[in-house]
Design a protein around this ligand. Structure first.
Ligand code: NAP
Length: 237
């Protein structure tokens, strides 16, 4: 059976990618996913039930031409693209401001903000030509309230929120729905090392993170537009 909807996902090797790709497959989507390294991307997909049906595109989303190639491959494989999200993010940095360098900042800007810009910029023309589409970007709680040491990380995440709101405002009359999922701590296996047991238990699970992404990417979620939607199970209170 042909998939009901098509999603392009950046960052197939991310910690949360198995849950996110799995949730889109369960929701009946045809999925295209990008990764920089063929070995890592194919190993990640091989571990996901149904992952063999996912189209893998080797692309470094820091490069505009690679993002355009990922969109072209999606259109060639599925004929359309209904939704886009990206899990790509430069390595997390938590360091007092005076101990940071411009190179640290540049890595975060390129890995988090440029990659989001490039994929959104590349996918938008196809969505506009089709009469609409859903873009779901991802920020973190630092975007609005940075913990100590997260000035640079939070600044780039705040920029992702603003970029997303701007896209929604520019194209709300042309069927584009763009939201940013502002995720607090997610209970990935890696998080067991830095969250207390109580905070780990309270955190949104990778599946809950994925469910929120699927909802925001869906026609059912279209009543929310230009929003910073908080996934805040651990941070509430
Ligand atoms: N995990 C959490 O607790 C948490 C909490 C709040 C928000 N978030 C947000 O949720 C999203 C997904 O998080 P995650 O923890 O699943 O991500 P992750 O495990 O840190 O993975 C990040 C991905 O980005 C790719 N990447 C890194 N730098 C890149 C660059 N310059 N160009 C292209 N690709 C690059 C990596 O792929 P390669 O294999 O190519 O290196 C990797 O797949 C991120 O936006 C993150 O900030 C996560």
């Amino acid at each position: 059976m042909a998939p009901r909807r098509i999603v392009l996902i950046g960052g197939g090797t991310a910690r949360t990618a198995p849950a996110v790709i799995g949730a889109f497959l369960t929701a009946g989507y045809g999925v295209t996913v990008t990764g920089r390294d063929p070995g890592r991307l194919h190993a990640a997909l091989a571990a996901i039930p149904g992952g063999e049906a996912v189209q893998a595109v080797i692309a470094d989303l820091a490069e505009p031409a690679d993002a355009e190639r990922a969109v072209a491959a999606t259109l060639e494989r599925w004929g359309r693209v209904d939704a886009m999200t990206t899990l790509v993010q430069a390595a997390f940095l938590q360091r007092p401001f005076a101990e940071t360098s411009l190179a640290d900042f540049e890595a975060l800007v390129i890995g988090g903000l440029y990659t989001t810009y490039n994929l959104a910029r590349a996918v938008l023309p196809a969505m506009l030509a089709a009469g609409g589409g859903h873009i779901v970007t991802i920020a973190g709680g630092s975007a609005v309230d940075p913990a100590p040491g997260r000035a640079l990380f939070g600044a780039t995440k705040a920029a992702v929120v603003t970029l997303t709101k701007g896209i929604a405002r520019d194209y709300k009359h042309q069927g584009i729905v763009a939201n940013c999922l502002v995720a607090g701590g997610i209970g990935t296996e890696a998080a067991r090392q830095y969250l207390s047991a109580a905070d780990f238990a309270a955190a949104a699970t990778p599946q809950e993170f994925a469910n929120a992404l699927v909802f925001l990417a869906s026609a059912e979620g279209s009543g929310i537009n230009g929003a910073a939607v908080e996934l805040n199970a651990r941070e509430v209170g």
